[in-house]
Design a protein around this ligand. Structure first.
Ligand code: MF3
Ligand code: CO
Ligand code: CO
Length: 251
């Protein structure tokens, strides 16, 4: 069931989204060579708490930390750790979700550490652009599959792969609500967009030819590319309005 948000809920989602966006801005100056992903996690947890909010990932289905940090071949759901120290040439997706006044704001971006290989830089900038292409396709009355269609149309020319196993999601009082948002074209997303719907657009793009992913048997969370290729991701939480979608997690 897709929840159509009331004006009051939309206001709360705007505040939660703005805080999540601010959180990514807050850590930007320190996401550099030499910092561990655990230190980034701790800064996020502190900022979130100081702003009267809760880190949604912590204990979510048993997730052990406050944010997800996914380095290089990690697609998503990487667990922050002291041993994971960012080095020159790495890329890292930092995915933050806050709960403010009972409502969720979910956003992520991929940071580049020092001098990054030209090919990897292209993957990162094209993944961000793909997210914005998907968001730009959103209009009330259109089908949800227009999001995946726009992303696929843009991404198909580069020889990359769009991950199918994870998607965007409705969001509000719950972290993950209906609908499931696909980042590729599929008739399974034949759902009419309606004003007041709020969901995420969060494409994961693998540099290699394989869209296949594997989940760590050791920690049960870390998702990596099956072929070992690099993967990038960006995410915004958006509101369907009468015109262009409103980005609630804008920075
Ligand atoms: N923030 C992720 C998303 O975009 C979900 C993380 S769930 C967790 O949907 F448990 F891994 F934190
Ligand atoms: Co997220
Ligand atoms: Co999300």
């Amino acid at each position: 069931m897709i929840v159509i948000k009331t004006q009051d809920e939309i206001e709360k989602m705007r505040r939660a989204g703005a805080l999540a966006g601010q959180l990514l801005n807050h850590i930007e100056p320190v996401v550099k060579e030499g910092i561990s992903t655990l230190e980034i996690n701790n800064l996020c947890a502190e900022f979130t708490k100081n702003h009267g909010a809760i880190s949604a990932p912590l204990n979510y289905h048993g997730f052990p930390k406050s944010i997800c940090t996914s380095i290089n071949n990690v697609v998503c759901h990487g667990i922050p750790a002291a041993k994971d120290i960012l080095k020159n040439g790495d890329i890292v997706n930092v995915d933050v979700t806050v709960i403010l006044d009972g409502y969720h704001g979910d956003t992520s971006r991929t940071f580049m550490i020092g001098q990054v290989d030209e090919k990897v830089k292209n993957l990162v900038s094209r993944t961000e652009k793909a997210m914005y292409r998907g968001i730009a396709a959103i209009r009330p009355g259109k089908y949800l599959y227009e999001v995946g269609k726009a992303i696929e149309k843009y991404i198909s020319k580069f020889g990359y792969s769009i991950v199918h196993s994870y998607g965007g999601h409705g969001i509000g009082k719950d972290f993950h609500e209906d609908p499931h948002v696909l980042h590729h074209f599929s008739k399974n997303n034949k759902i009419r967009l309606q004003e007041g719907m709020i969901f995420t657009v969060e494409p994961m793009i693998n540099m290699g030819k394989s869209a296949e992913v594997e989940t760590s048997a050791t920690d049960g969370w870390t998702v990596t590319t099956a072929d070992g290729s690099i993967s990038a991701q960006f995410e915004h939480t958006i509101l369907v309005t009468s015109g262009e979608a409103e980005i609630l997690t804008a920075r």
